[in-house]
Design a binder for this molecule. Structure first.
Ligand SMILES: [Fe+2]
Ligand SMILES: [Fe+2]
Length: 310
């Protein structure tokens, strides 16, 4: 345990508010700074796009794949941040007449998540300016948010911590020595991570606080709902892998046969599962917080479910 983890909850909320004020950034002034994308650059680093998995593609084609995945990255975050923000606003009610610092921390969290969604809408549009026509992302963030928020708070917070921890890993991948990576996209990773670090602390505080109010039966049901949510995320990833692989094959300028098309779609899905499920589920801190709340048997149920998504 580090020094901050040992602080009482009230002090940890206060630390989050301080950090949130310190790192606060502006979409135009800090992140975009008048820049646009260049089709000669990769948007996602190889460690996230899993470039090596696309074995039949040339270097230029792999770069195009990273650009498609980068645009989808913006859209997936725009999607998940819709339900994350709604849940945070709902949880803030628990603090209305209590710890006002905790309330401030959650209000700032919500404000930041609204800003992130605006950033990712800009990134999607800017990526569209340099990529060929035909890209599609057909999932409605509001429909997904309504479905997710139909699950228990425990399950939603588990998924949210998973997501907000993996932005750390994504940032670290983006600062690896990867020449040819877009400086603008690198800054998206950097600035997003700066605020997500606080969110992950709040997810944990709220999750543990909420968990203490549950009976063993309620928690056991919530574990099942968390698994359902992960499987639902996987459903979105499967559909998008298919859409993005189709967009690649129709825009790459050469004939792609059936077998190669299937391999490309499988590689997209593998990359998306890595980006949006396994990179968070394997995060040591996620494992640590989760195992502190559940039984070994429940842990094995989750592991078995994750193992089916390979
Ligand atoms: Fe965010
Ligand atoms: Fe966040």
């Amino acid at each position: 345990m580090n020094a901050i983890e040992m602080l009482p909850s009230s002090a940890r909320y206060a630390r989050v508010v301080q950090a949130s004020k310190r790192v606060r950034w502006d979409i135009d002034k800090d992140v975009i700074r008048g820049r646009g994308f260049d089709a000669g650059h990769k948007f996602l680093p190889d460690g996230l796009s899993l470039a090596d998995t696309f074995t039949t593609l040339s270097a230029d084609e792999k770069r195009f794949v990273s650009q498609i995945q980068g645009r989808t990255y913006a859209n997936i975050f725009g999607l998940v941040e819709r339900f994350i923000n709604a849940k945070v606003l709902e949880l803030s009610q628990d603090h209305w007449f209590g710890d006002q610092v905790a309330l401030e921390a959650l209000i700032r969290f919500s404000d930041e998540e609204l800003k992130h969604q605006a950033l990712f809408r800009r990134i999607d549009a800017m990526a569209g300016e340099v990529l060929p026509d035909g890209y599609r992302f057909d999932v409605d963030p509001n429909d997904i948010a309504r479905a997710v928020l139909g699950k228990s708070t425990w399950a939603v917070l588990a998924l949210t911590l998973d997501i907000e921890l993996f932005t750390q890993l994504h940032y670290r991948q983006s600062i690896d020595a990867d020449t040819g990576l877009s400086d603008l996209f690198k800054d998206v990773f950097l600035y997003h991570w700066k605020e997500e670090s606080q969110h992950a602390i709040l997810d944990e505080l709220e999750w543990v606080r909420h968990d203490a109010e549950l009976t063993a039966e309620q928690r056991d049901r919530a574990v099942g709902e968390f698994i359902e949510l992960v499987v639902a995320v996987d459903g979105i990833l499967k559909a998008q892998a298919k859409a993005d692989a189709g967009y690649f094959t129709s825009s790459c300028g050469r004939v792609v046969d059936e077998a190669e098309a299937r391999a490309i779609e499988a590689a997209f899905l593998k990359a998306y599962r890595w980006q949006y499920i396994h990179s968070g589920a394997q995060h040591p801190h996620f494992g640590k917080v989760l195992s502190g709340l559940i039984t070994d048997k429940q842990g094995r149920r989750i592991q078995a479910a994750l193992a089916t998504l390979q």
